[in-house]
Ligand binder design. Structure first.
Ligand code: H79
Length: 463
């Protein structure tokens, strides 16, 4: 009930623009606060497919608090089960992931065809999953494990040729510089936080210190910031305390870019610009814009319904659905950042691994249609599936195999050659009424999606 009313308030004030629930943005975004797309996005645009990892203290309760399923919990359990700070912090004493193997995680990402990894170095709960000198509340100093998984993953990524990237939350439910939304007699609701009186300045200092550590210690290729939902408020004595501002976002942006001019930064430093504004790319969450977005973008998504590990969430998306999502993103010119939530022991759950391996198997044959591809040239959705392209080549990802064995490609260009990525055998083609025709075998080589490649001269001229 309390979460609901907090949510309602935020939707009304327009703070949540698109959230887990798959709702569209609630309000127009503010004007850009700075120059965007300054980094070299080359690798990121080509790579197309990444692994998101949500791992933190929340993996210990795994969605259960006082023996009950905490609603929509995972990494939100501290807020959703109203856990007081001191009590939540005790989870650190139980964090001992003896089965953690960084090389294995990176191998899984690689086998899935993923090209980059984004790991939560600090989620909203404020617990740091990396070695930091800015607080004792970190995985090395405060757990019986005493190891730095961010360092281990960074190393494993370098060794296996995967880009290493970090996630960092602006909102911090543990910091003394940020106050919960309501203390509610020992049952705090943290989200959204507000700055303590005089807290903004020291928090920015704390944050820049940690970001400096992240950059210098691990050299992330990309920094994924999350939800700067820190609201303004008025103290009982009438003093106005500003929330997170565009200037704060700009300060952090400039600081990061000064230390590393090449690091890619997503668009969530500024709370108002989830889809535009300050940021190298936009970040739709749990949904894929049907026709893509104008600039660079990346959809992040869970495999079940939660980001952090929840023992009772078995609502897994099928590998077919996930492969379709990846194709859908690529056809809209976007990336797909797919999440795993490892357990407190350090294991990526098997249902997630199974699905990732199925995606990797599909990409082994069809990856050419995804990596380095550009968005579909067609303005309208295609009846048989999706399209991506490269100079001189059109890739047709056929998810609905035509019963009449004829693919109608709605373009004027004559096809010089057509074949399936599954077998590379030449297919017959013709010019038809509604476009170019490709004659297909009776059965799809892959019932999930089969890619037909057509070679053409010049740019695609859609009908
Ligand atoms: O890290 C993942 C989420 O935890 C984070 N972004 C992704 C990548 C995220 N933070 N905020 N939001 C997503 C949107 C907020 C959704 C909410 Fe709710 C709806 C907050 C309160 C109501 C979902 C339901 C979370 C708690 C209850």
């Amino acid at each position: 009930m309390k979460i609901k009313s907090a949510l309602k308030m935020l939707v009304i004030t327009g703070i949540i623009s698109g959230c887990l629930c798959g709702r569209p943005p609630q309000r127009a975004v503010a004007a850009p606060v700075g120059k965007t797309h300054t980094a070299d996005m080359g690798w990121w645009k080509k790579d197309r497919f990444g692994m998101f990892i949500h791992w933190g203290l929340y993996a210990v309760p795994a969605g259960v608090w006082h023996g009950k399923h905490a609603p929509e919990s995972g990494e939100w359990i501290m807020n959703n089960a109203h856990i007081p700070r001191k009590q939540y912090a005790q989870l650190a004493k139980r964090f001992d992931p003896t089965e953690f193997d960084a090389a294995r995680w990176v191998q899984i990402a690689k086998a899935a065809g993923m090209k980059y990894i984004v790991i939560t170095t600090m989620h909203h709960d404020g617990f740091c999953m990396f070695k930091t000198n800015a607080t004792h509340y970190n995985v090395v100093d405060d757990t019986p494990w005493h190891k730095d998984p961010v360092a281990a993953l960074d190393k494993a990524c370098q060794q296996q040729g995967i880009k290493f990237c970090t996630y960092y939350s602006v909102e911090n439910w543990h910091s003394k510089y940020q106050l919960p939304h309501s203390w509610n007699h020992g049952h705090p609701i943290y989200f959204p936080t507000r700055f303590a009186v005089g807290g903004a300045k020291p928090y920015l200092k704390y944050m820049t210190r940690q970001l400096g550590e992240l950059i210098r210690q691990y050299h992330p290729a990309l920094m994924w910031f999350d939800n700067s939902v820190i609201t303004p408020w008025t103290t009982p004595s009438g003093q106005h305390v500003a929330g997170w501002t565009e200037t704060d976002a700009r300060t952090i942006w400039d600081y990061v870019r000064k230390i590393d001019p090449t690091v890619i930064i997503n668009n969530r430093l500024d709370a108002w610009s989830k889809f535009k504004g300050l940021g190298d790319y936009s970040t739709p969450e749990e949904k894929i814009p049907p026709r893509g977005l104008p600039g660079p973008w990346e959809t992040c998504m869970t495999i079940n319904n939660t980001w952090g590990y929840v023992s009772w969430d078995h609502d897994w998306k099928s590998s077919t659905m996930l492969i379709h999502h990846l194709i859908h993103c690529a056809s809209g010119g976007g990336n797909f950042l797919l999440n795993v939530g490892p357990t407190a022991k350090g294991v990526i759950p098997k249902p997630e691994v199974d699905r990732l391996l199925a995606m990797g198997k599909w990409l082994q044959i069809n990856g050419e249609a995804i990596y380095g591809s550009h968005r579909t040239p067609f303005a309208k959705a295609l009846t048989f599936g999706y399209a991506t392209q490269k100079p001189g080549k059109l890739f047709l990802e056929v998810t609905k195999w035509p019963k009449n064995r004829t693919l109608v490609v709605p373009m004027r260009n004559v096809i010089t050659k057509a074949y399936l990525l599954a077998d590379h055998l030449k297919l017959q083609t013709a010019t038809g009424l509604g476009g170019q025709l490709v004659y297909l075998p009776a059965a799809a080589p892959d019932p999930v999606a089969s890619v037909v490649v057509v070679d053409i001269a010049g740019k695609v001229k859609p009908y």
